[in-house]
Design a protein around this ligand. Structure first.
Ligand SMILES: [Cu+2]
Length: 386
């Protein structure tokens, strides 16, 4: 990842007001109102365009009004990318980071699985040295991996320790959402139950409006509903990956970055991660022994971009597409499989040759933005980037 100097750029609030001031000056200066109106239209257009297109369009209003070309107005800077920002000690920070536990925890025994979730506003890190003011869970983002058995009754208790109302929507549930997924006020708890009849890996997330913002701020996680014993071949290792993207208001090197709605609408993330932190399994690879059956339970939390799951150096032996766990529906010998935003996918792989095998979203901008990890087969030394 390249270091860049995004911290020298003005924040969106300053730049927005700067733009308004500029437009106001321009309007006052122009006796021909029509021309000012046209320039405003250009300005509005630039807001929706991508960064490079916006930079080009940005010069137009000044040229039209006969003024000297000014620096790109703030509207263009609204989509300023902070991708790849890193402090000088990023490598040491990556090394010191404790990775989110990707290993699937054991499912509780008995007829009822009790799940306690606590929502919390916390400053977290989404990449080495990149701070983000998240609306997340007590342990950060994603929320805890939940593992239950098909047919178990799941009792969810949600406690809101955040500052505003939140909720939790379980994709694994068949319940009336207006009853189960309603808002929980700050300081309050709610409970509801559902029977986990559908096997697979499912997203859970806050469903409070604007949902885009609540998800992008970290309010998501995965629940694995393990199929009835005997349906799947037994895996030697089970790993859970939650893919997501992050839209930043600043580079996050100093003050924690916040959510940027313009970038989220334009779907231009700054960072993309597995389990909430860019590249964490590159420094701290997942492990397997040669020939072991490794099962990846993948959820794409989005909020908006699909994951094209791929493991470099091998072929996915078995794909349970969209986490449909019926073996009769499984695919075999697949290079890359899509996990849609808001969906899941389950992937079995068995690798004979020791080595370092990157797992990625092969939509490759995602890799540059952090959605990459390593599977170390056979305990080989070293690391690599991809
Ligand atoms: Cu929320």
């Amino acid at each position: 990842m390249s270091v860049h100097t995004a911290h020298t750029h003005p924040g969106p609030r300053e730049t927005d007001s700067g733009a308004i001031a500029k437009v106001a000056v321009m309007l006052l200066g122009l006796l021909v109102g029509v021309l000012g109106f046209f320039a405003l239209l250009m300005w509005a257009d630039a807001r929706g365009a991508d960064k490079s297109a916006a930079s080009t369009a940005a010069a137009a209003p000044a040229a039209l009004s006969g003024q000297e070309a000014a620096p790109a107005p703030a509207a263009a800077a609204g989509l300023e990318s902070y991708a790849g920002a890193a402090p000088a000690n990023a490598d040491a920070l990556a090394e010191a980071h404790t990775p989110f536990p990707a290993t699937l925890p054991a499912a509780p025994s008995g007829p009822v699985a009790h799940v306690n979730l606590v929502l919390k506003d916390i400053d977290t890190q989404i990449a080495p040295g990149i701070k983000y003011a998240a609306w997340a869970w007590a342990g950060g983002a994603p929320g805890p991996v939940i593992h239950v058995r098909q047919g178990q009754l799941v009792k969810i208790t949600l406690t809101n320790e955040g500052a505003i109302p939140h909720s939790v929507d379980f994709h694994a549930a068949r319940v009336a959402p207006d009853k189960a997924f309603g808002d929980v006020m700050p300081g309050k708890s709610v409970s509801y139950t559902f029977r986990a009849n559908d096997a697979g890996v499912f997203m859970y997330h806050c469903g409070t409006k604007p949902v885009l913002m609540h998800i992008a701020n970290g309010m998501y996680g995965a629940i694995v509903v393990e199929p009835t014993p005997g349906v799947l071949p037994k895996a030697d290792r089970d790993y859970v990956l939650v893919a997501s993207e992050w839209y930043l208001s600043s580079d996050g090197l100093g003050q924690p970055a916040q959510f940027n709605m313009d970038k989220a609408h334009a779907r231009v993330p700054d960072w993309m991660t597995f389990n909430g932190y860019a590249g964490q399994y590159v420094k701290h690879p997942l492990v397997a022994k040669p020939g072991e059956l490794v099962r990846f339970w993948v959820v794409d939390a989005g909020p908006s971009i699909d994951t094209d799951f791929h493991i470099v150096g091998t072929v996915l032996n078995t794909v349970y597409p969209f986490a449909d766990m019926n073996p009769a529906h499984a695919l075999h010998g697949v290079q890359t499989a899509t996990v849609p935003a808001g969906g899941g996918g389950v992937f079995d792989v068995s690798i004979d040759k020791p080595g370092l095998y990157p797992f990625v979203s092969h939509s490759f901008a995602a890799v540059d933005e952090g959605q990459v990890g390593l599977l170390n087969v056979g305990g080989v030394p070293g690391t690599m980037s991809h």
